[in-house]
Design a protein around this ligand. Sequence first.
Ligand code: ADP
Ligand code: ASP
Ligand code: MG
Length: 482
Amino acid sequence: MIVMKFGGTSVGNADAFAQVAQIVKAAVAREAVTDKPGVVVVTSAMSGVTNMLIEAAERAARGDESFHQAQQDSLLLKHQVVAGRLVEDGSERAALTRIFEQRLAEFDRLCSSIAVLGELTARGLDVVSGLGERMAAPLLATVLRANGLRTEAIDATELIVTDNAFGNAAPITDLTEERCRERLLPLLQSGVVPVVTGFIGATVDGVPTTLGRGGSDYSAAIIGAALHADEIQIWTDVNGVMTADPRIVPNARSLKQLSYEEVAELAYYGAKVLHPKTVTPAIEKKIPVRVLNTFEPSHPGTLIVEKAQAEARGTVKAITAIRNMNLITIAGRGMMGVPGIAARTFGAVARVGANVLMISQSSSEQSICFVVPESSAGEVIAALRSEFQRELERHYIDDIHGMAHINIVAVVGSGMRGTPGLAARVFTAVAQAGINVIAIAQGSSEANISLVVIDADVTPALRAIHDIFELHIPTEVRTHKA
Ligand code: ADP
Ligand code: ASP
Ligand code: MG
């Protein structure tokens, strides 16, 4: 039994839907002859739809009452075109139209009340932003039926029970597993393909939530783990996980295998190909995750397992960058030897719920620097100024400030562990490219070296590091092992 997740571009237009139908049909046939047959499909919203929904809600909150009405028409058209091309049966098409109209009426009501209130809460935004998946799933289920499969569209609000951290909700594992099994296993046993909405869930009380942008990958992994699937497949628009984002490093190469640890590091530091939490549910149950290309289905893609194939010592696998960060510095001569400054610093950061992506402390103890998302920088600085008010007055601490336009470039590979000289090569590469490295850090796992650079240096840094480690060449044939 497998779970197959299709991303936004994989359901981006009628041709893509037709392609997905062929892929699912072939998988159902293959699965039918296994010991544990069955296919669960998880779908994202059609590409661009989630952004359209969010933009409409944000504009409504600023008082724009007409924008969402225009969006409503183009959203209806976008989905109707696919149905018109791929669903011949008139009653099936009519049923779909009713679903689209229902969802869009909900969208209209929500945006109108957001406009009246002039306020958009995280809870309200989750209801709006999840509507795309709630149109895509019935559409894909119907297209698959038109291709001879038995299917049922399912709203993940019935399956994935989460906490109430709107916009970035976390699943409650035992409840979720129970519901997934109860609802999905009988369908699989009777040969039906459940087509589940990605991205969304609901609290125990039934309030809709989302798992964070790009969260459909995570949905597939949660469902795969709940059902003890044999494999979780993430179908996207590139040939698996690559040595770098191919949009930035044109000679990036796709990787045959990666470990859960490596992929988690890459995703955490911005590799958009997988949602950062995707592998978490798979790790516990040791379920392989495969990343595949909808538009080149015969390509083997990337297999993600507990221990990736033994690689040459010192192998750098891939590089990535995370943007829109802020580097916060807290500095002062009076900090030296004063115990507890670091603990108080991170205590204050934790109280405002900010995510710290990297920390570096100078050995002279005269400063602590750390990186947080730009969106939480203001709050973090205010919290620090209040925490250290006395130290600031007495000039033990001279300065607390943030630096915007910051990015982290992360060099990732489990094989880097215990290999001397790797950091030196990273720095040679960036120095030769004339890049100023603002701060550095090595994760304690040693599977990662991170550099902080300004906006203009991200692309040149990625390309320079990719080149020096010859990541475009398969490891087996590289002249010097990275
Ligand atoms: P989907 O809609 O299928 O979820 P996404 O757009 O979320 O697809 O993710 C796929 C995109 O991730 C690719 O088109 C690619 O530009 C980007 N990407 C970033 N880093 C990597 C990487 N290391 N390997 C592959 N793709 C990457
Ligand atoms: N549609 C959602 C988003 O755009 C989830 C996903 O695509 O994975 O963030
Ligand atoms: Mg994605």
